[in-house]
Design a binder for this molecule. Structure first.
Ligand code: BT5
Length: 324
């Protein structure tokens, strides 16, 4: 039943703007006209606006903002990333699910997406607010054959891919704040959590988990976040179809990832530096056990931040929070 509806939806989406006849559908899905009609009714209940014209067929006029596998699939332009999608309405954390799937051998490119997270995680045990129906809360499994020390490069790759996709889809000009934040007008719209599965010094899987505030309204943020967070809708003034953004992110990331595997980190590094807001500026770096001020000089070929203090000493920063 559900599968049939997914196929039907896929057919209608693939022919966006054009009619698909009842005959075509019943031939392709080998089902009766009555069955098709029932599925169309179900889709309408889910929020799809579908036109039905005698002798022409069905045409999709608008789709609801959902992040189901069918919605993402219908827009997917990639070969590997997102080719397997696990959608859940509500989960504790998509990272947790992706970790489990990865351990049991999930393919590279497997994507876990949820409409809501009840225990979304940030770094260092912090929490990530993931309200229902308004954001992109997802985790992507990659299996690059790289040594452990290069893994931070993939967070930067993800940040570049997401930044590009956001500017294409919304017209906004986001900035990247090392290592894992994307800001619009100085406020955080995206945080990326990267987790690893590795043995000795080889990477088995990198699980990249971006959280993106897409259609979150100003009043939806709690007091802690009001002044530091924003959403794509707040900044651009328009609602964004989350499935479209996801598809665009996967496309941008796949291109970068392909280049990365073939030619190394150079292109990602260059693009990352062009989007970064901190390079050449004075920043304060807070690690678990110290605090240093200085000028952010750039990132190394491994994706490590280099900070020059006032005495001219260069500090490599592996993991920290920075203030600009
Ligand atoms: C991050 O951590 O920025 C990484 C967040 C990754 C979340 C995604 S959602 C999909 C996947 N599944 C998960 O369970 N996690 C990933 P960090 O740099 O530690 O920042 C966390 C801090 O950001 C919090 O302490 C808050 O101050 C702030 N914050 C929490 N929720 C936010 C939100 N929705 N928007 C902006 N800032 C937020």
């Amino acid at each position: 039943e559900g599968k049939m509806r997914q196929h039907l939806l896929q057919m209608l989406m693939n022919n966006e703007g054009e009619y698909v006849s009842g005959q075509q559908i019943s031939d392709k899905l080998s089902c009766s006209r009555t069955a098709i009609w029932k599925h169309i009714e179900e889709l309408r209940k889910e929020g799809y606006v579908i036109e039905a014209v005698p002798r022409k067929g069905y045409r999709i006029q608008s789709a609801p903002d959902r992040v189901t596998a069918a919605e993402i699939n219908a827009r997917l332009k990639t070969e590997v990333l997102g080719r397997t999608i696990v959608y859940e309405e509500s989960v504790k954390s998509t990272q947790e699910i992706a970790q489990r799937l990865s351990q049991s051998g999930a393919y590279e490119g497997t994507l876990v997406v949820a409409d809501e997270q009840t225990g979304g995680r940030g770094r260092l045990g912090r929490q990530w607010q993931s309200p229902k129906g308004t954001g992109v809360w997802m985790s992507l499994i990659l299996r690059p054959d790289i040594p452990l020390q290069k893994a931070p490069q993939l967070t930067l790759l993800a940040a570049v891919g997401i930044t590009k996709a956001i500017s294409k889809v919304t017209g906004l000009r986001p900035e990247i704040k090392w290592p894992n934040d994307i800001l619009v007008n100085g406020k955080k719209v995206v945080g990326i959590l990267t987790e690893l599965q590795a043995e000795s010094d080889r990477v088995h899987a990198v699980i990249i988990g971006p959280g993106i505030n897409v259609n979150v309204g100003r009043d939806d943020f709690n007091d802690e976040l009001k002044d530091i967070a924003t959403s794509l809708k707040i900044e651009s003034g328009k609602e964004i179809k989350r499935a479209e953004l996801i598809s665009s992110i996967l496309k941008e990331m796949e291109e970068l990832y392909h280049d990365y595997l073939n030619n190394g980190f150079a292109l990602v590094k260059l693009m990352w530096e062009s989007y970064a807001n901190s390079i050449g500026r004075r920043i304060r770096v807070r690690t678990l056990n110290q605090q240093i001020e200085g000028i952010a000089k750039g990132i190394t070929d491994d994706g490590i931040l280099l900070l020059e203090d006032d005495e001219g000493n260069i500090h490599p920063i592996y993991s920290a929070d920075i203030e600009i």
